[in-house]
Design a protein around this ligand. Structure first.
Ligand code: ZN
Length: 133
């Protein structure tokens, strides 16, 4: 079972410019920035109620975020759901026929274990599962 929308990931070209816009939009500052070198992304988080907004900027041209922006432009990149047991959810969703990008969880931003589902099997939406470490 997925517990709640943990965050929404948004691909941006310039994280500083977007951070300013989001600070104005949401009426509050971001609480955290983090570079995830293994993913080729710089991230920046806003807490908004129980959920978060994660801005994602590519750190190199091979980054999945760079490729996403090249193809589709800036915008919503993924929806992340909080789970209590990521290994169990991966097994459950795989058994249900969903296509996993990661069959074993990896280390993500914000102190999480994460795994992505392929948008081919989720109606075009990149889905992230995340569990607090
Ligand atoms: Zn995310």
């Amino acid at each position: 079972m997925l517990n709640k929308v943990e965050h929404i990931g948004i691909a941006v070209k310039n994280i500083e410019a977007s951070a300013k816009m989001y600070e104005t939009l949401l009426g509050k500052p971001s609480y955290k920035t983090e570079v995830v070198e293994s993913e080729g992304v710089s991230t920046l988080f806003f807490q908004i109620g129980e959920s978060k907004i994660e801005l994602l900027e590519a750190t190199n041209p091979e980054s999945p975020i760079a490729k996403f922006i090249e193809k589709r432009g800036e915008g919503i990149h993924h929806i992340a759901y909080d789970v209590s047991d990521i290994e169990a959810e991966i097994r459950r969703l795989k058994a249900e026929g969903f296509q996993l990008i990661h069959e074993t969880p990896k280390s993500g931003a914000d102190n999480k274990k994460i795994a992505f589902l392929h948008p081919k099997s989720t109606g075009g939406v990149l889905v992230e599962l995340c569990q607090d470490k």
